[in-house]
Design a protein around this ligand. Structure first.
Ligand code: MN
Ligand code: MN
Length: 392
């Protein structure tokens, strides 16, 4: 090939290549695409209405959405969405059937990661604006007096599906950190005061907890049958006798652990009775009950699981009670002299009925579990209060 022919070939290749790259993609004619603008757009989206409650770690639901007014100039299909910020985004799609001002409902999607105010930019049609969403962070906020988790969340349990083995369930009568894979709570936390104690009889309506996320195994009322272990309440039936619904709530299987019968019926029952006597004597008590380890000894000997492996039998069971005289401003009143009763009992049918022999310090329970109990108390106070062993 002569130089002239080579250059000609190169020129043709380059020209062809360049031409191919400069061809514009063919845009299909979207005849049904709507044309519309945000009403009163620019800066803040005026007329925007943010609905719902946004809380850290709580997935958004059907009540969480934003209403925005738009002016439709050409009916058709539309898609509107915001970028994800702080784990949240908002979107809507549908069809505008006529021209004029109408509302779109941007559904909230996702789970907020942290608290604060977050601005979401909204592009719709040829207009742009933004709206603000406030996300509540319970760990930073003032928790209501007598909240079941008033003195803290020992394991930073979260109400998100990814936290399957430290899954937070905030219920009206108590709060739980639940383990899906162990089929039992890690801990249950509740406030007990005189008005919780009434005349409602024990309902015994043991049942699965239907509020667990879809697809999770629900421990059944008969899951412990024949195992040699009791369905051991965390929050006791007798701590919720003010109404039928209060008592019934304690019989959800998410509130149960496989507990050695003597541990449950003797040691634990007498400790629970002692706490209720304190309440009847003018105290209010914040209680956290939990368990850890694998393997216990029930009526038929040692085992690690029941229900064909779906429920883990814990090795140890603990409880911490913060006992205060009835009153208000509990976080301000608690001090180094506040009575703390902590017990740690093996899940063994050979335990003593005398719960006082199992008293220990919170420090011991924290070391064994890795939890931070009473984490909402000042660190200096925790250091004092958590080293104490009750001796009254
Ligand atoms: Mn109180
Ligand atoms: Mn602590």
């Amino acid at each position: 090939m002569s130089m002239r022919v080579k250059l000609a070939v190169i020129f043709v290749v380059l020209a062809f290549g360049c031409k191919r790259e400069t061809v514009s993609p063919v845009t299909p004619a979207l005849v049904s695409q709507a044309e519309f603008n945000l009403v009163a757009s620019g800066g803040n989206c005026s007329n925007t209405n943010v609905q719902g409650g946004y809380e850290v770690s709580i997935p958004t639901g059907i009540n969480d959405f934003v209403i925005v007014q738009v002016n439709v100039t050409a009916p058709g299909k539309y898609v509107v969405s915001t970028p994800a910020i702080n784990g949240l985004s908002f979107s809507d799609s549908g069809t505008f059937n006529s021209t004029g001002v109408t509302s779109i409902f941007l559904k909230a999607n996702g789970t907020p990661l942290s608290g604060g105010n977050f601005s979401f930019a909204l592009n719709a049609g040829s207009s742009v604006c933004s709206f603000e969403v406030s996300v509540f962070d319970p760990s930073l906020s003032t928790i209501a007096e007598n909240d079941h988790m008033y003195f803290g969340n020992p394991s930073n349990a979260a109400a998100i599906i990814d936290s399957a083995n430290n899954y937070l369930m905030r219920k009206p009568y108590y709060s739980i950190s639940y383990s899906r894979d162990m089929g039992k709570p890690n801990w249950v936390s509740w406030h007990l005061y005189a008005s919780d104690l009434g005349n409602t009889p024990r309902l015994n309506d043991f049942r699965p907890d239907f509020t667990l996320p879809a697809g999770w195994y629900q421990v059944q009322s008969n899951s412990y049958s024949g195992s040699g272990f009791d369905r051991g309440h965390n929050i006791p039936s007798a701590d919720r006798t003010s109404s039928l619904s209060a008592n019934s709530a304690t019989f959800l299987m998410t509130n149960m652990i496989p507990q050695a019968p003597n541990n449950n019926q003797l040691t634990w029952a007498s400790f629970e009775d002692s706490l209720r006597r304190l309440v009847n004597g003018g105290s209010e008590i914040y209680i956290i009950m939990g368990n850890y380890g694998v393997g216990g000894t029930g009526s038929y000997g040692y085992t690690t699981t029941v229900d064909n492996g779906r429920v883990t039998v814990p090795a140890y069971i603990w409880k911490v009670a913060v006992v205060m005289q009835n009153g208000i401003n509990d976080s301000a009143r608690v001090n180094a002299n506040t009575r703390i009763i902590s017990v740690l009992v093996p899940n063994d049918n050979n335990v003593s009925s005398n719960w006082k022999g199992y008293r220990t310090s919170i420090d011991v329970i924290e070391a064994a579990t890795g939890y931070d109990l009473l984490s909402r108390m000042p660190a200096a106070l925790q250091a004092l209060i958590e080293a104490k062993v009750d001796n009254l």
